[in-house]
Write a protein that binds this ligand. Sequence first.
Ligand code: GLN
Length: 314
Amino acid sequence: MASRNSSAAGWLECERVLDRVAGAVRGVLGSGHVPDQIPALASADPHLFGLAVATVEGEVHGVGEWRRRFSIQSISKVFTLALVIEKDGEALWTRVGREPSGTSFNSLVQLEHERGIPRNPFINAGALVVTDRLLTLTGDACGAVERFLRTECACPEIASDQAVASSEAEHGDRNAALAHFVASYGNLENPVGRVLDHYVRHCAIAMSCAELALAGGFLARHGVRRDGSRLLSRSDAKRINAIMLTCGTYDAAGEFAYRIGLPCKSGVGGGIVAVVPDRLTLCVWSPAVDASGNSVLGTRALELFASRTGLSIF
Ligand code: GLN
């Protein structure tokens, strides 16, 4: 797995590592709980598992259900953030912080104290502000994310799952409360209903581990897209990786840094994307999550992958 190129030997080694990780995580398959706050996702089979690796050159390899699509949920927040920074530079940081919250992803507690400025762009309140800005900049926040993902994966059928989006919208009192609260401080530019609509729709985009690993490739290539064009400056790509490390897995970010040592972003659909700058992007998926909303098996698989390959940013 240490090989940077796509030689047959390198891939054989990669296959061996993935197979070993898949074998070793069987013991935790099904551990945790399938979250029920989005009813359309509550019936997901907790025994499913997929893991894919995409190199910076765009080669993909996987194990388990690595081609099966699932709901990317909060992983979409990496892409909304990247698109806003691409179009708007630093302006976002007057409206959202960059500090870990130490609270759950949908918590309200800090917002009043901090006058409607969410702690970071990956908790729901911060992601709503990012979605709002993307809506102003593009007129279609969810569409902008879908187009970006389709291009990075060369996969025109990637789309938001309307049933999942509607299910979240129907049970979305908490996010509606967050959005109204942020709006009450003047920190939303668009009507709350429109922001929520685009937010639940980009969270409901369905992708596979292989597609997410490819789509996150720009983070391993220091801001360069799959076609060689630049999305972000090297420094902005570094900053997004830094925020993933410190905030991407919510109040478990310290534990992730300790156990895995890679920038990661999780979603309650059970997916986690991890970045090895200069080398590769990984995506692991298994629907049962822990109390922080991170896939139990996914966390263990990433930990095993990192320790067996020695790949870490530290
Ligand atoms: N759409 C979900 C929500 O807003 C995303 C949360 C997550 O994946 N952590 O609650």
